[in-house]
Structure formats: structure tokens, C-alpha cells
Design a protein around this ligand. Structure first.
Ligand code: NAP
Length: 263
């Protein structure tokens, strides 16, 4: 899985979203993250088709929304996602939240069927705590590939990082720019100034150096390019330690499932 992907939550305008995806792929991104709940799978598919990049070179991920997590609904809604995305298979399909109609046996047996049929190349979960992950691993026949969770310098997820390395699955950081919060932190700004880069790049480089994949959302070309340039930024051990020492714990995504939290 490419360690930098394009996030697309709230990239709601169809043409704009398709253009963001096309631009990102043509500038060098090879990983795109969407979800049934974002309402933009068709736009993501359009951007993918328009880009001068082979489908097989792109790692495409989507997520099954909470109300579609009963066994048959997983199968039906995933078919609909594939059709909107214009692909035969996705590289990663996540359970979006362990909530709503989620039931480990029913939900995950449908994920296993899709995996067996080759319609999903990897099985993922999102917003899972360690105990949810352990139940999922025991229930699934397919390997668990990734858990996508909120992670940035203000929510460092130490317990999940240990759990992921112990149980051999990938962590994918959502809201890796703390939804804009990284621009207001003195430690990140000082490190960014020293390198002549943005705070966004510093946060993304810190995640990468922690072994975590990041999927920053970026709409226009300037942000798309800025975030991609983080792949060239190397932080010193001292800089990593200064970021590790940022102390507050702040969640930016409300897990309350209101309309504003349809992440
Ligand atoms: P984010 O990536 O932390 O922040 C996005 C915000 O930062 C946008 O306002 C964006 O503006 C801005 N931005 C991006 N690059 C920038 C740059 N280089 N300089 C200045 N501003 C920049 O927040 P997010 O969208 O919450 O998270 C990223 C992705 O994770 C989502 O899009 C989604 O794919 C996924 N996600 C998943 C879940 C889940 O439950 N699994 C929850 C939340 C998010 P522009 O749009 O104007 O470029």
C-alpha cells in the first residue's frame, strides 16, 4: 500500500472531486481513499478513469457504511460501490465503523466472500479499538490488512501502534493534518521553518517515519503537491522526539454519527 494516499471526505462537488483525483494521480499519488458515505465514489471513479495512469497501478480503497453492514447489504452495497467506481475490484474494503448493523459474524463473512471472489483484494476495518480488532481477526478467514483510525501529532495512538505491530496489520492515519490543526502548533511550525516546508509536510513525514500510511484530503493542486512533497522530507531523531512529546490528546472527528461526522 503506498504510504501516502489522497483523502476525499467532503470533496463533495462531483467535478471538483474527479479533478482532484485526476490531478493527484497524474502528480504521482498511487492511493485514493473514499467511502460509500462520502457520496463521491462515482466522482472518484471518473477521476481514476480520466487520469493518465493505469488502474492496476493505483491502490483504491472504499468503506462500507454502518447501515450496510448486515451480510447481504455488504454484498449488495459493495457491488454498487464497484459499479460507481467503474472497477472490477477494490484494493481495500473497510468496515467504516464497528457500529450500526455491524455484527462480526454476519459482516465479516460477507467480506470473506468478496475476498474469495477477488472483488476486494484486502480486508480492512476502521475506527476499531484493539478488542474490536481481536474479534475481527478471530472471525475472519481472510487476513486483516489494515485499521484506519484518526492519527496525527495531537492523537498519537501509542496503544494501537503497538497493537498493530504485535498483530501484524497496517495502520492508516485519517485526518493526518488534524483537519488543519497542524498549522497552529509551535513545535510543528518551528520544524517546518527549519526545513522551509509546511506543517502539513512535517506531520505527514512524522507519520511515515512511524510506519503509518497517511491519507490527507487535498482539493486543489497546491495542497495536493505540498502533501506529496512530504515523501522527500526526512526528520531527524531529535525532531521526531520533539513531535512525540507534543502532549495533548485531541480527537477531531466526532464519532457521534451526526451529518457532520459522516467520515
Ligand atoms: P485532513 O486530511 O487532516 O485535513 C484536510 C484539510 O486540510 C482540508 O481542509 C484541506 O483543504 C487542508 N489541507 C490539505 N493539505 C493542505 C496543505 N498542504 N496546506 C494547507 N491545508 C491543507 O482531514 P480529513 O479530511 O478529516 O482526513 C483525511 C481523509 O481521511 C478524509 O478525506 C477521508 O478520506 C479519511 N477519513 C476517514 C475517516 C474514517 O472514519 N475512516 C474519518 C475522517 C477522515 P483543501 O480540501 O482545501 O485542500
Amino acid at each position: 500500500m503506498p504510504m501516502l494516499g489522497l483523502g476525499t471526505w467532503q470533496n463533495d462537488d462531483h467535478d471538483q472531486c474527479a479533478e482532484s483525483v485526476r490531478t493527484a494521480l497524474e502528480r504521482g499519488y498511487r492511493h485514493v481513499d473514499t467511502a460509500q458515505a462520502y457520496g463521491n465514489e462515482a466522482a472518484v471513479g471518473e477521476g481514476l478513469a480520466a487520469a493518465d495512469v493505469d488502474r492496476e497501478d493505483v491502490f483504491l480503497a472504499t468503506k462500507v457504511w454502518n447501515s450496510n453492514l448486515a451480510h447481504d447489504d455488504v454484498l449488495e452495497s459493495t457491488e454498487a460501490s464497484l459499479s460507481k467506481l467503474g472497477v472490477d475490484a477494490v484494493d481495500l474494503l473497510y468496515v467504516h465503523w464497528p457500529a450500526g448493523a455491524y455484527d462480526p459474524e454476519g459482516t465479516l463473512s460477507a467480506f470473506d466472500e468478496l475476498y474469495e471472489q477477488g472483488k476486494i483484494r484486502n480486508v480492512g476495518v476502521s475506527n476499531f479499538e484493539p478488542h474490536h480488532v481481536e474479534t475481527a481477526v478471530e472471525t475472519l478467514e481472510a487476513p486483516l490488512f489494515a485499521n484506519q483510525v484518526e492519527m496525527h501529532p495531537f492523537l498519537q495512538q501509542a496503544e494501537l501502534r503497538d497493537h498493530a505491530s504485535e498483530h501484524d496489520y497496517e495502520l492508516v492515519a485519517y485526518s493526518p493534518l488534524a483537519r488543519g490543526g497542524v498549522f497552529d502548533d509551535d513545535v510543528l511550525s518551528a520544524i517546518a521553518d527549519d526545513h522551509g516546508v509546511s506543517e502539513a509536510q512535517v506531520s505527514l513525514a512524522w507519520l511515515r517515519e512511524s510506519g503509518v500510511t497517511a491519507i490527507p484530503k487535498a482539493t486543489g493542486e497546491a495542497h495536493i503537491r505540498d502533501n506529496l512533497a512530504s515523501l522527500d522530507l526526512e526528520l531527524s531523531d531529535d525532531e521526531v522526539a520533539r513531535i512525540d512529546a507534543i502532549e495533548h490528546t485531541e480527537r477531531r472527528v466526532d464519532p457521534g454519527f451526526g451529518p457532520d461526522s459522516w467520515a
